[in-house]
Ligand binder design. Sequence first.
Ligand code: CP
Length: 308
Amino acid sequence: MENLLTTSELTVVEIQQILQDAQNFANGAEWKPNKQSFVANLFFEPSTRTKCSFEVAERKLGLEVIPFETTSSSVVKGETLYDTVRTLESIGVNAVVVRHKEDNYFNELVGKVNIPVINAGDGCGNHPTQSLLDLLTIKQEFNKFAGLKISIIGDIRHSRVARSNADALTRLGAEVVFSGPKEWFDENVLNDANYEDIDTAIETSDVVMLLRIQHERHGENDVEMTKEDYHKQYGLTVDREKRMKKSSIIMHPAPVNRDVEIADELVECERSRIFKQMQNGVYIRMSVLKRSLTTIEGGNLHVNDYKK
Ligand code: CP
C-alpha cells in the first residue's frame, strides 16, 4: 500500500519514476486497474486545480469516483477524519485523496487505515503532487535539475508548496533560493545563505516561482501590506520580467492574485508555464494514483494493462 504524504518520503529514484510515468501519460500511454476500483476525494479546504485534476486523472484511469462533499457529509455531525476514512474503507473505497487545514493530518490515519492516503495538501506542511507537477514542468523545459537555479518568492512560511519543492529540488541537485518579505520566512527552510533580494533572485534564476500570499493562514502577528506595496516591493512586475535570464521561465502553483505577486499581463506571457503546470497536474496525479493502486493489488505493475 503506497501512501503519498510528503516528497521527503520519496527517494530520488522514486521521484524520477513518477515523473517518467507521468510523461508517459502525457505522451498518450494508458493504464487501467484490472478490477473495479473506487476513489474518494476528501477536500476539507477549498481547491480548484488539485480537486478537479485528481478527478480528471481518476476518470482517465477508469476509476469510480465516489462523490464526497465535506459540507454534506457526517463530518458536520462531528465524525472524525479517521472515522470518515475507516467508513469509506469498510464500504469498499480503494484509496482516498485528502486535503486538510491541519499540518500532518495524515498522522491520524497512517498505520490505522488499510487503504492508500494521497495527500492533496496539509495546512502549511506539504503538497507533494504540486511539487511533482512542478518538477515535471521543469524537467520538460530543461531536461535536468542539477545546475539550475530556482527562486521561490513570497509567503514562504505559510506555503506547503515552498516546503515540498525546496525538499525535492534540493535533493535533485538544483540550487534553491528564497526571496520576498523576510517576516514571512520560515527558519526551517531559510537561512541567510539561501536568501536573495528580489531583483538578484529574478535576474539570475532559471525558474522564478511565485507564491500567493496566504492571508487565510496569517495570524494577528503577521505583517500585512497593501496589494500595491507588495507588487512593487516583491512582485514580478513588467519591469522585473524584462531583466530575467533569456531562457528562464515563470511558474506559480496558482490560484494567482493578478497584479499582486505577478503583473496581470505576465500570467500568460511567453515565459509563463502556469497553465502548463495545471495540465501536468493531471498526468502527475494519474502516475501517483497508479502507483498507489498497483501496490494495493499485490505489488505488481500489471504491465499487461499498460497500453502504449
Ligand atoms: N495549486 C493548488 O493547490 O491549487 P488549488 O488550491 O486550486 O487546488
